[in-house]
Each structure stands twice: as structure tokens, then as C-alpha cells.
Design a protein around this ligand. Structure first.
Ligand SMILES: NC(=O)c1ccc[n+]([C@@H]2O[C@H](COP(=O)([O-])OP(=O)(O)OC[C@H]3O[C@@H](n4cnc5c(N)ncnc54)[C@H](O)[C@@H]3O)[C@@H](O)[C@H]2O)c1
Length: 334
């Protein structure tokens, strides 16, 4: 589906983090809808390095890219020599997704290096090539600010949220210093859909609960899950936001959510309805202190400046996702 009139054919597009969830969906969106685009993916892919919380250092996976026919550059965004490999291209658009995307990583050094330091390099590549830059920010920049979360009222409460908040500030300053540049940040809320499976324990609750149900087990939820809610946004709507950002004349950072908050119990109930099961629910105590109880994006500015209009309710998104949840059940994640 083409969301705008932008002519991407024959353009050269860089997608950092293109072996990950959102990046690989972007790559296939262009490959399918604009077959004449030159798509370049830069990603470190997964290696066998683990962080102090037990997560993999990088989550990209070749299986997200089966069928992709553009260029792939395997490189570390923190390494200048790897980034130099991008010098042979002249990019028209850059979608910067590469990051430590796990909100529960507490190694501050590696997060700031990967998410913040490298951003200066990406901004300079965009400046050099006169490319439009869309980068991934996050709802984690808001911490526990009350709903609806509104751009300009950030209060990050973990290193990841802080890193994304710093990216927003750097982008704002860089935009001011380079008024001809087009730089748009997208603060994703909880994105779910095909392509996230290889994020493992950082994938959305939708696929994790879906696979618990397909295992024949009752879905496991925190106590009082009907009081814990998030703004869940289907991947196709996240892609829509990226495409619409390319057609907007307004630099800035924008929330990408549905504007509607849905609770964890609802996800479980919708999944059981779609999968035709009645397994009940297994409740357990929430181990996390300071857990965010509610997120709901204020998308008024996104609607106004980007023309963004989410097409998927939680129900519609889960329904569209079910075949993929079945397909990946039991798939080797390594
Ligand atoms: N999925 C969500 O719900 C969500 C919400 C808010 C923000 N975001 C942001 O959106 C972007 C994409 O998220 P995602 O869900 O696709 O995550 P992801 O982890 O699937 O994708 C990130 C990609 O970056 C790559 N990467 C990590 N470190 C790298 C490095 N040093 N050099 C090169 N590549 C590296 C990984 O291999 C991975 O492919 C991230 O910036 C993330 O922080 C995502």
C-alpha cells in the first residue's frame, strides 16, 4: 500500500538496523511497493555477545530478511571503519533504526555509545548526502509521565529512555543548525507484528502470549493486568508513519501510537478468542519496581503534521498477525 505520493523509485535508501523488526519491515515495504529503489541495510546482526541482563547485544536476524534483494552491509554502528563502507553511496533517505532496543539494559556505556554517539555519525551522513532522515525515538522517553504522553514532556527513567531523549535533543539542535535538512523522529509506543519474533524476550506480549497459548498453557499475566495498559501499534501503522514522515515538511519528533490504551488482559482475551481456546489465565506477581502502568500516545501533532492515521485496532492487528504467530511457533530463535 502506498501511503503517499512520494516517488521512492530509483532513490537510494539506507536502513540502519534493517535486520531487526521495524527495519526489515521497512525494507520489504520498499522492495514490494517501489521495486526500483536501491535499498541498503546496515546492521551488526546478532553475534554471540550477551549483555549484563542476559539479552543478546544485537537482535538482528537473517531470517527477517529472507527474500530481500538489496545490499546488506554487516557492520557495527560504533565502528567508523564499518560506517565508512557507506561512503560509496549517495543516500536520498535514511531510516535509522539501529539501536540497543532493549529497555531493560542497564549497561549505560554501551547504550550511550550505540544509541547516542552513533547518531552524530548518522546525522553527518544525512547532511553530507542531503538525505531526509527519519530516526527511531521511543515512548520510553516519557518514563512514568501521566497519559496521554505528549511530545515535550519527557522524563526518562532508564538508560535506554535517556538515550532516546538525548537523540531527540541532538536532532532538534542539528535541525536548527541545518535548516535545510529534513529530520524527523518517531517515538514508537508498543509496536507488534511480523518480524519481532527474533527479539526473543523483548518481543511484544502479543507473540509471547500467543505462543504460550499455542503450547497449550494458560497465558501468564501479572496480577491486576486489567489495570496495566499500553498503546499497542501494529507494525503496518509504524511503517505508515515512516512513509508519511518522508512527505511532511515539518521537522520534529512525533508520537507513533494509536492514541488508545489497551490493557494486558485484553490482549490475552483477544488472542484466546482468535485461537479458539479457553485456557484461563495464570497470574503472577510483577517483579518490576516502578513499572509503568499506562501509556497512551497523544497523536494530535502526528495527525496534524504527518497526516498519520492508524488503521489497525488491537483486534484488527492481532487478527492480521495470527498466521505468523502460528508459523513461528516453535521456530528456532538462535
Ligand atoms: N519495537 C518497538 O516497540 C519500539 C518501541 C520504541 C522504539 N523502538 C526503536 O525502534 C528501533 C527499531 O526497533 P526494533 O523493535 O526493530 O528493534 P530490533 O532490536 O529488532 O532492531 C534493532 C536493530 O539494530 C541492530 N543493531 C543493534 N546494535 C547495533 C550496532 N551496534 N550496529 C549496527 N546495528 C546494530 C540490531 O542487530 C537490530 O537488527 C530501535 O531504535 C528501537 O529502539 C522500537
Amino acid at each position: 500500500m502506498k501511503y503517499t505520493e512520494t516517488k521512492f523509485d530509483n532513490k537510494t535508501i539506507l536502513i540502519t538496523g534493517g535486520a531487526g523488526f521495524i527495519g526489515s519491515n521497512l525494507a520489504f515495504y520498499f522492495q514490494k511497493n517501489y521495486p526500483l529503489t536501491n535499498i541498503v541495510i546496515f546492521d551488526s546482526f546478532r553475534n554471540e555477545k550477551y549483555l549484563n541482563n542476559g539479552s543478546l547485544l544485537s537482535l538482528g536476524h537473517y531470517k527477517n530478511l529472507i527474500g530481500f534483494s538489496g545490499d546488506i552491509i554487516c557492520g557495527n554502528i560504533n565502528n567508523k571503519d564499518d560506517l565508512n563502507r557507506l561512503d560509496t553511496y549517495n543516500f536520498d533517505y535514511i531510516f535509522h533504526q539501529a539501536a540497543i532496543s532493549d529497555t531493560r539494559v542497564y549497561n549505560q556505556e554501551i547504550i550511550m555509545q550505540t544509541n547516542v554517539n552513533s547518531f552524530f555519525d548518522i546525522l553527518n551522513i544525512a547532511k553530507r548526502d542531503n538525505a531526509l532522515l527519519v530516526y527511531a525515538s521511543s515512548a520510553a522517553t516519557y518514563g512514568s509521565e501521566p497519559s496521554p504522553q505528549t511530545v515535550g514532556k519527557e522524563n526518562p527513567e532508564n538508560p535506554y529512555g535517556f538515550s532516546k531523549c538525548m537523540m531527540d535533543k541532538i536532532a532538534f539542535r542539528f535541525s536548527g543548525e541545518n535548516p535545510d535538512m529534513r529530520i524527523i523522529g518517531l517515538k514508537y509506543f508498543n509496536v507488534f507484528g511480523p518480524g519481532e519474533y527474533f527479539k526473543g524476550k523483548t518481543s511484544s506480549m502479543v507473540i509471547q502470549l500467543g505462543h504460550q497459548i499455542l503450547d497449550g498453557n494458560p497465558p501468564r499475566l501479572f496480577h491486576d493486568s486489567n489495570k496495566i495498559s499500553r498503546d499497542f501499534i501494529y507494525i503496518q501503522d509504524a511503517i505508515q508513519a515512516n512513509i508519511k514522515a518522508c512527505a511532511s515538511e515539518f521537522n520534529g519528533t512525533y508520537n507513533v501510537g494509536t492514541g488508545i490504551s489497551r490493557n494486558f488482559q485484553e490482549i490475552s482475551d483477544i488472542l484466546q478468542k482468535e485461537l479458539g481456546t479457553d485456557l484461563g489465565t495464570e497470574y503472577f506477581s510483577n517483579p518490576y519496581k516502578g513499572y509503568q502502568m499506562n501509556t497512551q500516545a497523544d497523536i494530535s501533532l502526528t495527525q496534524k503534521n504527518l497526516g498519520f492515521k492508524p488503521n489497525f485496532s488491537l483486534e484488527k492487528g492481532i487478527k492480521a498477525y495470527i498466521p505468523e504467530i502460528f508459523r513461528l511457533h516453535g521456530e528456532d530463535i538462535a
